[in-house]
Structure formats: C-alpha cells, structure tokens
Design a protein around this ligand. Structure first.
Ligand code: TTP
Ligand code: MG
Ligand code: MG
Length: 420
C-alpha cells in the first residue's frame, strides 16, 4: 500500500454568464426571447410606464408591441449590454445609444435592475460552489474555478464537469453561461469566449499554438489599449507574433516585469492560483476614542494608540500566517468625515515596526488639524507567509523615513539615513 498522491494536471475553468444583464431581464419578460434587446440608458421611467399601463397583467404577458424601442429613445447614455440577436446588428457594450439606434432601431430597450442582477449573481455562484468549492469571484458575472481535484474535472479535459455546472446553473436560474477549461487562468479566460453563448471550450497545453497564437494581443487579459497600441507600433498584432519576440527584446521595450510577463503570457504560461473568498484580503485594527483627540495637543496619547494598533495588526498577521504589502490608515474626524490613505511597500511584511513606519508616512498625507474620533490601521495585499506571492517584488515605492507627527522615539526603528 502506498498513499503517495499522484499530482493531477491543473485544469482551470473560467465561467462567464451570457449577455448577463439582458438575460436577467429576459427571465422576467420571456416573450422577448430571441429578439434584439439592449440594456441601457436611464429608462426606469419607460419601464415603470410599461408596467403601469399593463397593471394587473403578469409581466410575461405584456405584449411585445408595448415595449419601448431604441428608435424612440431620446437622450444620451451608452449600452450596458445587448442580447445575442441584437449583437448581430453590431450593437454591443459601451456603444452610444444614438449610434445603436441607427444600427438596430427595432431593438427593445430596458433599464438595468441592479438588485435583480446582484441576486442572480449570488445565485449562480452558490450553484458553482456546491459542485466545485475552489471558486474565485471575479466580478458580477464571472468566476475562475479550479477543476483539478473535483470529480469529473479531468474527464474529457474538464468538459464533463463544465457540462454539469452549465446544466445546474440553468436549472437553478434559467440563465446560460460559457465556460473555458485550460491549464491555467490566462488561457481559460480566453477560452470562455471561444464558443459564446452557452458554449464550452477545452484547451490543452499543446493547443496554444493553434488556438491562442492567431488571436489579437488584446485578448490577453492584462494587455490593455495602451499596450496594444505600442505593440502595433512595433508591428506585433497577434499573440503568436508576440511569442516570436525574444524575452529580452520585450523586456527592453516594456520593462523587466511587464516584458517578462508578456512573454510568458504569449507562451500560455501562468501559475496564478485560484483564490477562494475565504482568503482574507486585508487585516485591520481600529479604535474609537472615549473623547475626541487632537493630533497636536494629544500627541503622546495618539502616538501610543497608533503604535499599539500597528502592533496588534502585526500580531493578527503572524497568528494567521499572513504578510501584506499595502499599509493603510483610517481616520474619522469629529464631524464624522473619514479619511483613508495607503502605500504599498516593495516587500510583504508582518513586522510591527515596518507597519508603524509605513502607516506614519500615510499619516503625513492627511489633515491633522481637526479632532479625531477614530484611528485605524490596515494591512492589505496579503499573501500566505513564506509563499511565492509573499516573496514577489514589484516596483519599489520610494520610501521616506522622516518621523511623522505621532512619532514616539523608542517604538519606531529608523534607518541611519533618517533626518531629524
Ligand atoms: P460581460 O461579461 O462583459 O458581458 P455580457 O455578460 O453582457 O455578455 P457576454 O455574453 O459577452 O459575456 O459583462 C457582464 C455584465 O456587466 C454585462 O451584462 C453588463 C455589465 N457591463 C457593464 O455594465 N458595462 C460594460 O462596459 C460591460 C462590458 C459590462
Ligand atoms: Mg458575460
Ligand atoms: Mg463578464
């Protein structure tokens, strides 16, 4: 008997809901299924009128002819999203309403119902978590899911599990989604778009050349319009053309960190883990004073409280095994206004003195002329202590080491270069 664990190949899924805000509206108005529908504008009013005129009629029975059309739309605003039938006319997210009206005057216009959208967002994510618990929330309509160790997650490259998730979401909500399954997040994100709507795409490591390299560079999540423009100027349009450039060449043109990242991305390399929500984003400690304190007159008392908060956050971090790179402060003034400031260190820390020093720098950037009722210290951009992410070093922030107003001699460790 041996119980050595076989290490399974990573299978990571990216799931994205189809025409999300529009699909949520279509659940309420199923008579619009298959028609061009756009979501956008401030048409709450039109929607209210529609319902008032048909008071007593179930929403699903309001005649299609009664719905407001894009051609009658007056006013500005942009389209939030459009159903797939509307997209056939070239209408899509972020397009101006007037332009869209020219392309597809017969499209029906509906407003966004944020509460409803959020309710369905929670619902589809709950379905996924039941089936595959390692899920990373990436916003209102998309998530990453680690399929690697989930039953069915390796079968047909992940297709079996992807099908089960699609079916379960549809049964629970009536909504469709598209899923890409790949060796990592980067490729999975691209793959989820391959077969929209209601599609599943499986990409294996050996498919990168055939399926990823022909795509425009912009399809890489992390290459935005500015980098795209610069790449175009360098005559690089596809991911394959990007992959063909030597790493050093990209580093020369885009800097050590971004250039190297681009090279890895073009070759389909990405080791980022799927981060579940149970991982804390930040840890903080704050305290409300018994009486409002003044930065100058109550300096000693405030200084002691401030240092103590830093010490307690550091203790929390150590107890839970985290280190963090972003140090922030929160102040609430006697008039209840709140101010926050933060700064990001070049390394992650759980050290009270380091946190105290960084928090002190933040303190210099707030108004200390008013009385304070609350003071808080937060450490964010957390990583597990000792993990690869914890050791990662990005662009260092120029550190100043002059003492802050709440400075207390002994508790603050100062480098030899410090003035004052
Ligand atoms: P997306 O997933 O980008 O788009 P979508 O779900 O509407 O369509 P697709 O099938 O291509 O995934 O965005 C999700 C929702 O976020 C979308 O329904 C509306 C909202 N949204 C905005 O509010 N503004 C925007 O610019 C975009 C792109 C989306
Ligand atoms: Mg979507
Ligand atoms: Mg999305």
């Amino acid at each position: 008997m041996h119980n050595r664990r076989v290490s399974l190949p990573r299978r990571i899924a990216h799931l994205d809901m189809d025409a999300f805000f529009a699909s949520v509206e279509l659940l309420r108005y199923p008579q619009l299924q298959g028609l061009p529908v756009v979501i956008g504008g401030g048409r709450r009013e039109a929607d209210r009128l529609l319902r008032e005129r048909h008071a007593g009629v179930p929403l699903a029975q309001i005649p299609v002819a009664a719905f407001p059309l894009l051609k009658d739309y007056v006013g500005r605003g942009v389209i939030t999203t459009a159903t797939y039938p509307a997209r056939q006319f070239g209408v899509g997210s972020a397009m101006g309403m007037m332009k869209a009206a020219k392309l597809c005057p017969q499209a029906i216009v509906l407003p966004v119902d944020f509460d409803e959208v959020r309710r369905f967002s929670r619902a589809f994510k709950a379905v996924i978590r039941e089936i595959a618990p390692v899920m990373e929330d990436r916003g209102i309509d998309e998530v990453y899911i680690d399929f690697t160790e989930v039953p069915g997650g390796q079968r047909e490259g992940g297709r079996v599990l992807a099908r089960l998730i699609q079916k379960s979401i549809f049964e629970a909500t009536g909504l469709t989604c598209s899923i890409g399954v790949a060796p990592n997040k980067l490729i999975a994100k691209m793959a989820s778009e391959f077969d929209k709507p209601n599609g599943i795409s499986i990409v294996h490591e050996q498919d990168v050349q055939a399926r990823i390299w022909p795509l425009p560079v912009r399809k890489i999540n992390g290459i935005g319009p500015k980098s795209e423009e610069k790449l175009h100027r360098l005559h690089i349009r596809t991911i394959g053309e990007l992959a063909a450039r030597p790493r050093e060449w990209l580093v020369d043109h885009f800097g050590a960190s971004y250039g190297a990242w681009m090279h890895d991305a073009a070759w389909g390399r990405d080791e980022r883990p799927v981060v579940t929500e149970s991982e804390p984003v930040s840890m903080s400690r704050e305290t409300t004073f018994e009486r409002d304190l003044h930065a100058v007159r109550d300096r000693t008392e405030l200084g002691a409280i401030f240092t103590d908060l830093c010490r307690r956050v550091a203790e929390d971090l150590r107890r839970k095994g985290y280190v963090g790179r972003t140090i922030g402060i929160k102040l609430r003034y006697d008039d209840f206004r709140t101010a926050t400031r933060d700064l990001t260190l070049d390394h992650a820390t759980d050290d009270a003195a380091t946190i105290r020093r960084a928090a002190g720098q933040c303190l210099k950037r707030v108004d200390l002329g008013r009385r304070l009722r609350l003071l808080g210290v937060r450490v964010g951009k957390l990583a597990k202590a000792g993990s690869e992410a914890a050791a990662e070093v990005r662009t260092p922030v120029a550190a100043e080491h002059t003492p802050d107003l709440f400075h207390e001699g002994p508790a603050v460790e100062r480098p030899a270069t410090s003035k004052g």
